[in-house]
Write a protein that binds this ligand. Sequence first.
Ligand code: HEM
Length: 80
Amino acid sequence: LFEAPEKFDIHRKNARRHVSFGHGIHFCLGARLARLEAEIAIETLSSRMPSLRLVADQQLEYSANITFRGPSRLMIDWDR
Ligand code: HEM
């Protein structure tokens, strides 16, 4: 079980046990590719827009969905 599962916390101690890519014999075959793509996309974006940041103290809203769980939007800001 995850402590305070509703909280967005990238520093969780047991973060490696998440089930975003499923688990067991049906664990996502594309997990390595998806992680690599995400790494490249995030590195490229942050190098091109170094001032990109999350808007502080925003109230997160979650969409009702039994398979996907995540904020319905995440507000960002950057120096123009
Ligand atoms: C962020 C991206 C992705 C997420 C969050 C994701 C998530 C998942 C999840 C949760 C499952 C398990 C479904 C179940 O238990 O029924 C799964 C299975 C699978 N995924 Fe992904 N996936 C992603 C990207 C990809 C990519 C890029 C590929 C292929 C290039 C891929 C191919 C597959 C396949 C073939 C399975 C079925 C594995 C099996 O049933 O043995 N996925 N994925």
